[in-house]
Write a protein that binds this ligand. Sequence first.
Ligand SMILES: CC(C)(COP(=O)(O)OP(=O)(O)OC[C@H]1O[C@@H](n2cnc3c(N)ncnc32)[C@H](O)[C@@H]1OP(=O)(O)O)[C@@H](O)C(=O)NCCC(=O)NCCS
Length: 335
Amino acid sequence: MTSTDVRVLRVDAEDPAQDGVFRAWAVVYEDASRDALGEAHSSWGLEERRELLRSTERRRLAWAAIVGNTVVGAATLAMPLHDNLDTADVDLAVSPGHRRAGIGSRLLATAEAEAVRAGRSVITAETQWGMGREDDGGAFAASHGYAAAQTVRRNTLPLPADRDRLQAVLAGDGADGYRMRTCWDGIPQEWLEGRAELSRRMSTDVPLGDLRLEEEVWDADRVRSTYAQIAAMGRRVVDTFAVHRSTGELVGYTQVQVDRNGLAYQQDTLVVRGHRGHGLGLRLKAACTLAVMDELPGVSGIRTWNADDNLPMLAVNREVGYVQDAWLREWQKVL
Ligand SMILES: CC(C)(COP(=O)(O)OP(=O)(O)OC[C@H]1O[C@@H](n2cnc3c(N)ncnc32)[C@H](O)[C@@H]1OP(=O)(O)O)[C@@H](O)C(=O)NCCC(=O)NCCS
């Protein structure tokens, strides 16, 4: 087979005539992720992918690489719509049995050309690999002009975690002027603005390595629509906030989402700069973890991704009981 035997097709997940292609396209991602990470793979589910393609957060375009009648490659280009308007992210996968035949390169060229057409000049991509394995995707990225921009550890907390230890972290909550508040599947209307402000700060307060990302633009509507999208993806979501009691201000938050398969994903965690040094990061995590254990006892673990140089977050996670089980690397190319 040569790369000329490959057909690249734009995938429209809303087109019933393309349902088979769309499903096969999603399977390519899952197979590639399983190949890199084993059963503890990190691929989105089919319905989650369908919903992400509808997102108002990022415009997403998808392509399938087809040999004969078989979908053997998948690419998605995601372009932020609220901020970072010169960036785009490429998510690429080729079925393990069809590699080193130029298919990944064809898909990447297609996605990059579309990014250029859309005025995007900073392209990012991610690779993931299991402990003790090689970063094969990284070798591909480097050979296509991408530079490593950040190394990230994937850490997992097996559940149920040590309940007594988590409760001990929360003993005396409120006594120092901060109280943890937890809510499921959305947040009170009066917290939307405060949550938007936290998300804005989160976008630049975390270590970004060499990634060229600008501060994100957030308002209450954007926050509301992210919760609507999480619900549409069939996920449960729990947020814990650190509330400054004397002002009522939200000064920290953490979020965990649980997918249809009962796998939990740690999302953002932030304590606003002026309120650091009070153990709020650990308390947020302890409260949120207990909430997951109480509400969804079937969840077997929570996954989180932390930059290799984010020492405070890694220390909090170690304290809660997280153990590293994979690597991720962010790659970047400036066109
Ligand atoms: C990365 C991936 C998409 C590459 O797909 P592919 O179809 O095998 O890529 P190509 O055949 O176009 O590779 C082109 C070049 O990239 C480099 N390359 C690709 N895979 C490599 C590997 N495992 N080791 C070293 N170099 C590699 C080589 O220079 C190769 O040219 P060559 O085969 O003539 O030596 C595929 O390995 C994959 O799906 N990996 C898992 C998902 C992933 O990491 N995606 C993110 C990519 S940024």
